[in-house]
Design a protein around this ligand. Structure first.
Ligand code: MGD
Ligand code: MGD
Ligand code: SF4
Ligand code: MO
Length: 672
């Protein structure tokens, strides 16, 4: 008779939800991956994409990489031969040693991000690259760095948001530039509907969360700072400014207030497209308080994204919505800042012998195209061919025969296809780690449910072995996963063993909702909320945020938004047959007026074009986008072609060398 059992584990994807998982096994093999019915977030159901892919491509020996592969044909030809780990690591170590002895470790560039967000698999490989002195592609520059920098100016930190448990105390929840219906499916399904307060969504797209809200404001992309100033104008006019709070805990209200004078609701309507009456209603709902502000990642992916987040983030300060139940501003809840872990130690920056060297993602293609700056490229936990800007230039750089390229991934991605060596990574179902949401303040055990498929290995083990092949003798480079897990667990949940955590799956950190900044101490230079910031001024920004809105696209052009798809996790799952069926043909959505003006009808094959590139997509027509805006999901696999990042020039936003990927403009016409 088949021996059946099940274990609990935690989803480590780059996701707000951090779901609990039950893995059913038969004879020690994984039979089925399901949502944990006892988990407070997943409540028995994974999101649609994981329910398919975790039971599809992730368990499929024909999809997974099973052995190290060495290139045999021309770059990108897809011709590889399997080799042993010993051969692969000895050869890679030899190549890296020659580079370290020649141009230096900084000529090795490594890009990594969110393939898995469990703490050892995310952090440990950095130890190796720190010891080597490699150049890091600063991960957050492709995602959310502008928002980080902006919030640090205002509050001193971007990683201590409200605790979602405090929603029960809020009279309103303002969700700004985020699409939970795609990017946080369980927050959309349970957390928002169950919260008693009014829901307001600010998004150019009328997505499912916007549709379900009490009020949806639909500003033109890049106009949110103007909208925030108009809201503050109304709050002041209606006596909702908490001057006592501002005097005690903030700097710069006196400088900001005169700037609000011209920003009437009518001015707001003219600058953002949001009806003046809706601006007034939103200010009243939010101003009644206590209120929560969820700042998503979409609104800062704009050319002036830093200024936008600074402006929007003033709403809680001006209304005193900080440091009390039902109040606060959330961008991300860091695992260190809100759970006490010391994740810096997992990466061991002290192993660096020289200065830290980094570039931003917007500069990656140019850096890799230049043999004087780059001799080798490592890509792990990331699929840059699909996710990074400047796709054509990046693919050309990756085709350099003399760029020694190593990709570590569970799957043969578009990036892996261009490598000299592809190293097979074990999946999260095949090793122990710690995982946690960046929304809910909890911690989950990622529990090994099966042996790694084929000869694949967890990230940490791959880099332990590579460090050995290099002859590095620092003990940190051989530290076990379990030692790291135990140390971090003791910081977050003292007295809890990994086995204790594994038995329940996820534990909350703290029994009650945490109220951050209840002491009104802010880690800014002044210790107060800095509405006016000398640090920002010194860095070349305004002392105060500005009530600006981006100019509308020139005649004939449309603003292209490329946010998260509900059926993909970034590019992950793009190789799953079930997911491909859900995705259908790649499409772009236009407002009916824009389609008509171009003589286009739904179902047409259209070409999106700008100075950076062109892409052919199927047209859909819907009023969910305002006129002037085109919408297409991010991160499809290229499969020899291109995705939306072929149109993305890699423009940097105003802060943090960060991406302005929602600021791309295109022309749309019928495909030839
Ligand atoms: N146009 C446009 N571009 C975007 C965005 C957008 O909104 N629009 N979003 C941007 C954002 S927010 C982000 S975060 C980036 C994300 O971009 P990436 O970080 O590149 O994310 P993925 O495309 O999912 O690639 C992650 C890879 O890691 C692999 N992986 C999974 N688990 C493991 C593991 O345990 N070990 C190893 N070694 N690999 C593993 C997966 O198979 C996958 O190939 O994309 C950015 N690009
Ligand atoms: N299903 C799924 N879930 C995911 C991901 C995924 O790829 N798929 N990716 C994960 C990752 S890496 C991240 S960073 C998060 C990101 O998830 P979110 O924080 O939701 O960010 P985005 O998907 O980029 O965009 C969210 C919204 O921002 C809006 N937006 C664009 N420009 C503007 C603007 O100028 N103003 C305003 N107000 N809104 C604007 C878009 O219309 C979109 O609806 O999701 C994570 N979760
Ligand atoms: S990706 Fe997010 S929603 Fe889907 S199972 Fe994982 S944590 Fe849950
Ligand atoms: Mo991201």
């Amino acid at each position: 008779m088949a021996a059946k059992d099940s274990i609990r584990t935690t989803c480590p994807r780059d996701c707000y939800d951090g779901c609990g998982i039950v893995v059913q096994r038969r004879d020690g093999r994984i039979a089925r991956v399901l949502g944990d019915p006892d988990h407070p977030v997943s409540r028995g159901g994974l999101c649609g994409k994981c329910a398919i892919a975790y039971n599809g491509a992730w368990l499929d020996e024909n999809r997974r990489l099973l052995r190290p592969l060495r290139r045999t044909g021309a770059k990108g030809s897809g011709a590889f031969e399997p080799v042993s780990w010993e051969t692969a690591l000895a050869d890679i170590a030899g190549r890296l040693t020659a580079i370290a002895d020649g141009p230096g470790g900084e000529a090795v560039v490594h890009a990594h991000y969110t393939g898995t967000c469990s703490i050892v698999a995310t952090g440990f490989p950095n130890r190796f690259f720190n010891r080597l002195g490699a150049t890091e592609v600063e991960p957050d520059t492709v995602c959310n760095n502008a928002g980080y920098v902006a919030l640090e100016y205002v509050y001193g930190t971007a990683v201590k948001g409200f605790d979602p448990r405090t929603a029960k105390d809020a009279s309103a929840i303002l969700v700004w530039g985020c699409n939970p219906s795609a990017s946080a499916p369980h927050a959309h399904r349970y957390w928002l509907p169950e919260a008693p307060g009014k829901k307001i969504v600010v998004d150019p797209v009328r997505h499912d969360t916007a549709r379900a809200a009490d009020l949806h404001l639909q500003p033109f992309p890049g106009s949110d700072a103007a909208l925030a100033f108009a809201l503050m104008h109304v709050l002041r006019r209606e006596g909702r400014v908490d001057t006592g709070f501002l005097e005690a805990h903030a700097l710069g209200w006196g400088e900001l207030s005169p700037l609000l004078d011209p920003c009437t609701p009518e001015w707001g309507e003219a600058n953002t497209g949001v009806p003046a009456a809706d601006i007034v209603e939103a200010a009243r709902l939010y101003g009644a308080g206590p209120s929560l502000l969820w700042i998503g990642q979409g609104l800062q992916r704009q050319p002036q994204g830093g200024n936008i987040v600074r402006a929007v983030s003033l709403l809680p300060a001006v209304t005193g919505n900080i440091g009390k139940p039902g109040a606060g501003v959330y961008y991300l809840n860091g695992k260190g800042a809100t759970r006490g872990m010391e994740l810096g130690s997992v990466s061991a920056a002290h192993l660096r012998r020289g200065p830290a060297r980094s570039i931003g993602h917007m500069g990656l293609a140019g850096h890799l195209a230049d043999p004087a700056r780059s001799s080798a490229f490592f890509c792990w936990n990331m699929n840059v061919a699909a996710s990074a800007p400047n796709q054509t230039a990046l693919l050309a750089a990756l085709a350099r025969e003399d760029l020694f390229t190593v990709v570590v991934d569970p799957f043969m991605t578009d990036t892996a296809r261009l490598a000299d060596y592809v190293l097979p990574a074990a999946s999260f179902l095949e090793f122990d780690d710690l995982a946690g949401s960046y929304f809910h303040i909890s911690l989950g055990a990622q529990v090994k449910a099966a042996e790694p498929m084929g000869e694949s290995l967890p990230n940490s083990e791959i880099f332990r072995r590579l460090a050995g092949a290099m002859g590095y003798d620092e003990p940190e480079l051989q530290e076990s996963d379990r030692a790291i897990i135990d140390r971090q667990l003791a910081l977050a949940l003292p007295g809890t063993s990994f086995e204790d955590l594994a038995a329940v799956g996820t534990m909350p950190v703290g029994a009650e909702a945490a109220i951050f900044f209840a002491d009104h101490q802010f880690p800014t230079p002044s210790g107060r909320i800095e509405i006016a910031s000398a640090a920002a001024e010194l860095a070349g920004h305004g002392r105060l945020p500005s009530p600006m809105a981006d100019a509308r696209p020139a005649a004939g052009r449309l603003r292209l938004l490329t946010p998260a798809s509900r059926w993909l996790m970034n590019s992950s799952y793009g190789n799953d047959a079930g997911i491909a069926g859900k995705l259908g043909a790649a499409q772009v959505i236009l407002h009916p007026d824009d389609a008509e003006a171009r003589g286009l009808v739904a179902g047409d094959q259209v070409t999106l074009r700008n100075a950076t590139g062109s892409l052919s997509l199927r047209l859909a027509v819907a009023e969910i986008v305002p006129p002037g805006v085109a919408l297409s999901d991010k991160s499809r696999w290229l499969d020899g072609g291109a995705n939306v990042n072929v149109l993305n020039p890699g423009l940097e936003s105003d802060m943090g060398r960060s991406t302005a990927l929602h600021g791309v403009e295109v022309e749309v016409s019928k495909a030839a």
